[in-house]
Design a protein around this ligand. Structure first.
Ligand SMILES: N[C@H]1[C@H](O)[C@@H](Sc2ccccc2)[C@@H]2OC[C@H]1O2
Length: 331
């Protein structure tokens, strides 16, 4: 079996949403595929009105295939301190013509203000590893783990684009979606993340390669690229107007600074992925400001490197759960 669904970026590529059908008759919600967590949760009719702001609500009572898991609850807190919690139902879920008939659908009864404010986002599909699913008394499998046994190949792929729709594919690799070869690197799933080691980085096409191992996770749900301080300093030292501005919470530079270099990260076997300098200018710091917030920021607040959308949209990425490895290719 296999599936394929379009993903669509919100403004500034802050997040990527995909249509998901839940229940019978089907209820279509726009969800954020998040390889940095492992709960499939949705805005639901169980929420207080004050927590809803335009989102589409899953109504388990309107689904003839929904079964409430009595006594089960879930509660998740994300890296950015946003959170959500609620009850657990089993229902049918279809993403890109791929159906899981008995998926744990976590219906929200409470969401933090960041989710309420994000009116286009109806919830998350966590495609990390099920070991970190938050359902109690027993954790639940991710959508991919439920689908995997029936797939042609135990992989899903992420093809995120800058300011344009891309695709998530399940169960196969579209050889037309990338150029050159796919370099595979081992994944350590102990903490439930797609954690891998980059052999190093290079700033600019004429820069030297810095062989320094960077331990981090591939996270489709994180917008920016969060790297060790030393790597950030090496990058921003090449931008004439760059400064670290604590008041803005990170590195900024003049939006019209023409010296923003490309950033390359190693994936193994001598392969590097090139992130164009244009991807590394995120947004104006304030309306009317001449300064822009960098797409690369320090990972010191998080404790480990996060290869978020700014890095992922420069590549075709294979999340190979069957072999616990990540595949990277240029495109
Ligand atoms: N894996 C990521 C996750 O998807 C988001 S949750 C989220 C919060 C508000 C709006 C949209 C999504 C959060 O930021 C980084 C890390 O935690």
């Amino acid at each position: 079996d296999r599936g394929s669904v379009q993903n669509t970026p919100k403004s500034y590529d802050v997040e990527y949403l995909m249509p998901v059908s839940i229940g019978t008759p089907s209820q279509q919600l726009n969800l954020d595929l998040d390889t940095g967590s492992s709960d499939l949760w949705v805005f639901s009719t169980l929420l207080k009105e004050s927590m809803v702001n335009g989102q589409t609500l899953y109504d388990p009572n309107a689904s003839t295939t929904a079964d409430k898991m009595e006594g089960y609850t879930w509660k998740i807190t994300y890296g950015d301190q946003s959170y959500s919690s609620g009850d657990v139902y089993i229902d049918t879920v279809t993403i890109g013509d791929l159906t899981v008939s008995t998926q744990a659908v976590e219906a929200a009864k409470e969401v933090s203000e960041e989710f309420t404010a994000d009116s286009d986002n109806d919830g998350l599909v966590g495609l990390g590893f099920g070991i970190i699913n938050t359902a109690k008394p027993y954790k639940q499998k991710t959508f991919f783990e439920k689908a995997m046994p029936g797939l042609d190949s135990p992989v899903f792929t992420a093809d995120l684009k800058a300011g344009a729709p891309g695709r998530y594919n399940f169960g196969y690799i579209d050889d037309g979606a990338y150029s050159g070869n796919i370099t595979y690197v081992p994944v350590n799933s102990t903490d439930g993340f797609w954690r891998w080691v980059s052999p190093g980085f290079q700033v600019g096409s004429t820069g030297s390669f810095n062989s320094t191992r960077i331990h981090g996770i591939a996270d489709t749900g994180t917008t920016l690229l969060l790297l060790p301080d030393g790597v950030c300093e090496a990058f921003y030292s090449q931008i004439a107007s760059a400064e670290y501005e604590p008041s803005q919470g990170g590195y900024t530079f003049e939006c019209d600074d023409s010296t923003i270099p490309d950033f390359y990260f190693g994936t193994g076997n001598g392969q590097m992925i090139r992130i164009p300098g244009s991807y590394l200018s995120y947004s104006k710091t304030d309306t009317g400001s001449s300064r822009c917030f960098g797409g690369m920021q320090s990972d010191s607040g998080v404790g480990f490197t996060i290869w978020g959308d700014i890095a992922l949209k420069a590549a075709f990425v294979v999340f190979d759960q069957g072999n616990e490895q990540l595949g990277w290719a240029e495109k």
